[in-house]
Structure formats: structure tokens, C-alpha cells
Design a protein around this ligand. Sequence first.
Ligand code: 4AD
Ligand code: MG
Length: 481
Amino acid sequence: MKHTRIKDLLNTTEYGHRVTVKGWVKTFRNNQFIAINDGSTLGNLQAVIDFDQTDEMLLKRLTTGAAIAVTGPLVESLGKGQRVEIKVESLEILGDSDPERFPLQPKKHSLEFLREIAHLRFRTNTFNAVFKVRNALSFAVHQFFYERGFVYMHTPIITGSDAEGAGEMFKVTTLDFDNTPRKEDGSVNYKEDFFGKPTNLTVSGQLEGELAAMALGNIYTFGPTFRAENSNTTRHLAEFWMIEPEMAFYDLEDNMDLAEELLKYIIRFALDHCPDEIEFLKNRLLEEEKSKPQNERSEMDLVAKLHFCLDHEFERLTYSEAIEILRRSKPNQKKQFKYPIEDWGADLQSEHERYLVEKHFKKPVVLTDYPAAIKAFYMRQNEPDEQGRRTVRAMDILFPGIGEMVGGSQREERLSRLQQRMEEMDIPAKELDWYLDTRRFGTAPHAGFGLGFERLVQFVTGMGNIRDVIPFPRTPNNAEF
Ligand code: 4AD
Ligand code: MG
């Protein structure tokens, strides 16, 4: 007999017909009531067993975590908490779960503990909800771009370039470290390496994306990217997924409009398509916050926060305006910032971003026109202002509780200006000659941005640690599983 998904059964209003359900035992109480979950929904199906008629050995094997199949009529439930239940006529144990060794107790486990048992982590309600939302968000990204005629471009994972020029790359090599081929001057001879040259895991698909945009018009990438930055924070992963649209003939305004539209579209999609999961995560967060002091609890619950974000326009201002606000802010005057804001040109720390977003504007903020010195080489250069300050057409979108969600810019399309900037920043022009070609043959204004997918999943699920929104987190000193 074909089995039916529990999600479909819990919504049914028809009773009496026989069904088969396959899933894992969540709990078994009073030798009578089995709560079964098959992953299709957060809800469990109750199966009622007649223990007088059931072999005692079989009853003993109904332990938490065991995989089972049950068949019987679906009946209206008299118990509290569920509409339907299944009256078990036949029961089969598909896979035992040794109660002596099963690591999950029927109680709340810390997220840290669950990270260590990758397999059973997926069986918890929290991670069921998180990964369902992650799935929906990823689908929403593709739908958004498909509806708008963008081409999904698969840029390479292994590259020979450093797209951000920040030197935070993982090397890719087949050379033997214990017997490395060397040139006469003692340096590594990469000619003998797999690709005949040094290669690394990509930090961004942007540069390759720009090539495609300068031919196809509007493209986006959505894939894993890798950063060997030694940041042990709740916002950084060594392997994360990034969405990078790139649009020919877009300026910075167009770029910001698209980013805001995309973010709102995805958040709306999650509210429309994952109401049960988001409701569950909202309550999880409320529960978690109970242990925090009053002043650290959020003013809005998760659902209110998501709606608030949809209902308000993001605040747009320049870096220079932001610096003025920060300079005059209470925490700066009272020397409460760890990094006090004194001069124009300082890179913003997360305490500054949080102040702007959570205290000052209380909504997502888009900062533009950053100092050239703290941004990547490919960003379009503004003319120096009256005080001779050099800025670039960058934009970062900052979100409450997250900080930087999006980083993007209008690109420097003028070949000589780009080359000059690369020289200033020690970016090897020879290796990027293929990229500079886009500025040689029909260069045009264009723009794009990168959206950190896990940070978006964090915002929508309310999870505090980025490690808890990706199935297998990779961070410094951790590449388990
Ligand atoms: O600001 P970033 O470094 O920008 C780029 O990579 C550009 N090439 C994007 C573009 O214009 N096409 O990274 C973009 C976003 C950040 O805003 C952040 O959300 C996320 O990627 N991000 C990370 N997420 C998790 N872990 C990390 N280590 C991240 N580094 C960046
Ligand atoms: Mg950035």
C-alpha cells in the first residue's frame, strides 16, 4: 500500500479510509499512543495501538527515533491536540533505534549540542522549520529573477582570481606538501600543479558575472562562496551561499531599487508560504528571549518584525551622513563605542551599524558612497568632494539584528580609471586581463550586488547564530561531517 504524507492527513476532514503512514517515532506513551513524524510537517500524527493485541516484543521496539510503518483507518480523534488519528491494524518496525544510545532526550537541547549530532539535528522541530524556510527562500530567489527575465548564470567554484582583492582565499591544489615542486629560486612551481597555475575557491562570482551581464543584460548567480577570514562570529561562515545579480545599464539607484524589491519579495514569500514554520520560530524566539534581561529583548516578535520590514521604505543615506549621525550619537559622546567615531574614513564596525539600524532609524538602512580606501577596486569612483575626499558608488544594506545583509556597487566602467585603481591597490592586472576586456569592447555603466543567503535566512527565521541556518556549517577549526 502506498503511504500518505502526514501533512496531507492532518489537513483532511474525511475519515474512515485506510491509510499507511511511514515515519519516525517521536514519543510512545502509555503503551498506546505513538506520535509519528515523517518530516513533511512540524505536526505529528497520533497512532493508537491496541496493546492487548500487540506482541510485547514489538511494543518494546517502539522507541524514540525508530522508523516505522503503520496501517489502519483514519478516525476522528477524541483526544486533545489533534483532529485525526490512525487506529493501528498493522505495525512494522523499519529501523530500530537503540534507546540506550539514542542521544536526544524528549526535552529541549541547546543548539550547540545539536550541531554536534548532524543527523538527528534535522529531526528536531526547530531545524525542520529552519530548513523548510531556507528551501522556500531559495525558491523565491529563483522565482523573483525568472519573473523578471534574469538569466541564472553558473559561475565557477574554482577560479584563478581574487574577486574581492582581499586575499581571503582557500587554495585549490593537488601538489604534495611534503614534496612540493620548486623553481630554481625556491618558490613553488605551479606549472606542475593540476591547472598549471595557482587556483583557489571563489570568494564571489561577480567578475565572471559581469562578463555575462555585458552580453546578456541581466544575470544572477546563486552558489557557494568561500572566505578564509578568521572571523568567529555569529554572522560569518567560511562557506556561505551568495546571490549576486549583475545588470547592464543600471546605475546605483537602479541597483538599490532592485535590492530592496528582492528582499521584500523574498520576505513576503516566506510569510505567504511558510506560515506554520514562521509561527513556530516566532514562539521559539519568544521562549528563548525569556531568559534574557528585559532591555535585551526585542520590541517586536518575529512576525511583526518581518511585516515592519515590508511596510517601510529602507532609509537611504551616504556614508558621510552616517558618520555625522554616529559622531553626534549618545554612545559616541559617552564613549560607549568600543571603536569611537572620530574621523571620516573609518570603517564601520558592527556596533555602529547596529546603532544606525536598531536605535537611530529602527529599520533597514542603505548606506552609499563609502570612502574608496575601504572598498573593493571595481567600484565606480566619484569625483573628489570639496575637501578632496575620495568615495565610490558603493551601497551596503544593513538589517536589524544582522548588520550587513547586502554589499554592492555601480562598477567602474572606465578602463583607465579602473586600471589606475587596480595599480593603487596592488591588484594584478595581468591576471584580470580577461575581466578588463569588458571595459575595452563596448563598456557600459553597470551595477550589481551580493546578498548573503544565510544572513537572510537568519533574519527570516530569527536564528541568532549563522551556524544554525546552514545544514553543515564550516567555520574556523570546524569542518565536521
Ligand atoms: O560585501 P561582500 O564581500 O561583496 C561581494 O562579495 C561582492 N562581490 C558582491 C557583489 O557586488 N556582487 O559580500 C556580499 C554579502 C555580504 O553583504 C554578506 O551578506 C555576505 O555576502 N557575506 C557573508 N556571509 C556569511 N559569511 C561570510 N563570511 C560572509 N562574507 C560576506
Ligand atoms: Mg561587504
